[in-house]
Design a binder for this molecule. Structure first.
Ligand code: GRF
Length: 318
């Protein structure tokens, strides 16, 4: 049942717990408030008491759950949820307003100008069905750019947040240019605080993609996004992975060991560096003339070619 709810609402386990708590507390607060309010008046007839009670519940409940959703970090979910309920109640009235509003606008402006108005409304509605991804990156962000490009027009997946630990990193510019919210994170909160889980929940993130993110992912974040964090490593794991094995160091080690082949590994993230289950690997030759830079370039091409596709595949699978 919980898995079905998680899927339906597109949330992780922690979010679901917070949402259910909000519902439970919101429900109790609503009942309590409605009874207190009714106590202010002396309603004699039983049927009238029940009628007013139901009316009060209907009015108080959305206010109560919405307010309570804030301390639980679930206000974006409840904003959408209450909007949906609102649409269900007043939907027919609203849609008929929309239908009549459109021809009016057409009369006021040209049909051509009006067309995007419909498109925008459609896009906004579809955005509600997107699975939202956060990309964690510390560097230039060439993979991040490729992933953004790949999902730019996707109807199911949206890159909703760029998380970065390095002020001035190139990936922050990408976020700015692409109009994607970015989050500059600090060590203390990441490793000794909530690991920004509340922030990720606030953005309704359901999947995390590491693309050149150099900090180790803390256990609480791994637990909160169990099986939903992946990483890309520029070598064929389990070889040339682990602490300190990143960037040029990986390629230097591959060349020093006179390997004939290197490649990329996309894997789930667990508590150990470059250790989680492998999802995908692709290989490329290591030439005798290769330097760390030339090998890095070949590896980058592989990454750009496959990382977005693998993410897409995973999104469709889950
Ligand atoms: C990639 O080579 C990736 O394998 C590693 O970090 C690098 C990030 O590169 N984890 P970029 O910032 O995406 O260009």
């Amino acid at each position: 049942m919980f898995d079905r709810l998680k899927k339906k609402w597109n949330v992780n386990g922690l979010q679901l717990t917070m949402i259910l708590c909000t519902f439970a507390i919101g429900g109790s607060v609503t009942g309590y408030t409605a009874r207190k309010l009714l106590g202010l008046f002396s309603v004699e007839q039983r049927w009238l008491w029940i009628l007013i009670y139901i009316l009060l519940l209907t009015i108080v409940w959305p206010i109560a759950v919405y307010l309570i959703s804030f301390p639980f970090g679930q206000s974006p979910f409840f904003t959408r949820y209450l909007k949906k309920i609102g649409k269900r109640f007043f939907g027919s009235h609203k849609s008929s307003t929309a239908k009549t509003a459109a021809p009016l606008e057409i009369n006021q402006t040209s049909k051509r100008e009006n067309a995007p108005v419909f498109k925008k409304a459609e896009t906004a509605e579809k955005a509600e069905n997107h699975r939202l991804i956060a990309i964690f990156a510390s560097g230039t962000g060439s993979n991040t750019q490729k992933i953004i490009d790949f999902f730019r027009n996707s109807k199911t997946v949206k890159i909703a947040l760029i998380v970065c630990n390095k002020p001035g990193a190139g990936v922050l510019n990408i976020a700015k240019n692409e109009n994607i919210p970015s989050l500059l994170i600090e060590k203390d909160r990441f490793f000794d605080g909530d690991a920004y889980i509340n922030e990720l929940n606030r953005h309704n993130i359901s999947f995390i993609v590491l693309a050149g993110f150099l900090w180790k992912i803390p256990p609480n974040l791994i637990m909160a996004f169990k099986g939903k964090i992946i990483n890309i490593h520029p070598a064929l794991l389990p070889a040339y992975g682990g602490k300190g094995m990143y960037g040029t160091k990986v390629h230097e080690a591959v060349i020093a060991a006179k390997e004939k082949e290197s490649g990329i590994s996309i894997h789930y993230v667990d508590e150990i560096y470059d250790h989680g289950a492998t999802i995908f690997q692709a290989t490329c030759p290591v030439l005798e003339t290769d330097t760390a830079d030339s090998l890095a370039e070949r590896i980058h091409q592989l990454e750009h070619q496959y990382y977005p596709k693998v993410i897409d595949e995973l999104m469709n699978r889950k």
